[in-house]
Design a protein around this ligand. Sequence first.
Ligand SMILES: O=C(O)C(=O)C[C@H](O)[C@@H](O)CO
Length: 256
Amino acid sequence: MVAPKNTFKQALIQGQRRIGCWMSFAEPITAEIMGTAGFDWLVIDGEHAPNDIRSIRDQLMALENSPSHPVVRVPVGETWLIKMVLDAGAQTVLVPIVESAEQARELVRACRYPPDGVRGVGAMASRATMYGAVDDYIQTADQEICLLLQVENRAGIAALDEILQVDGVDGVFIGPADLSTDMGFQGNSAAPEVREVISDALNRIKAAGKAPGILGTNDDATQTYLEMGAQFLAVGIDVMLLTQASRALAAQWKAK
Ligand SMILES: O=C(O)C(=O)C[C@H](O)[C@@H](O)CO
């Protein structure tokens, strides 16, 4: 079997815009449904959704034949967690709350095999190699893995230029909910002060030759981030899609 190419990473390198969606149900069946919607990428959220390594693996399996590229967000940037999601077959990893270049360098090392990194070699028994069927996985994995870091507080913003110098970081995602809360706006990411910081950060990320990313949870925010130049842009969350549609439907028919 030929080692899988990371088409999402290639698209980011080529400067293409990628429209995605968050998945917070932590269920393979909803991942499978989302995989039919036409998004370029889908986040399997290990930070705020009730996922474990088995549910992450099952959602990766559910998306196997989907054109939507799975991005696994680990709960924290720990080497052992990154090792597990890579072995489960993730090629793109999103790490929350990155605050320094040193942390970014450690995360790059967590994604790479020795001698460049510290990823343990258990490939033959893992899903990443289709249980040994991909002969050249170890030789090709480092270049196919896409590492996306989340900068989402004042410390991260202060360290952004240094983080952007770290080789092996493919993109930086600004977390509007966390950033606005850390800035004292309690989740109000539409506050002008927050929007200004987001706009400046997205510009700096692009200028450094990395892909800028963000999540908009309503049309106004999404349109604003699009105009600010977000390249990998999540435009919603599956749970919110269901809550909004089901509440609107109930209200529509109860009002008759
Ligand atoms: O700070 C943010 O915004 C994010 O990191 C995305 C969120 O975690 C979220 O809205 C998805 O649960």
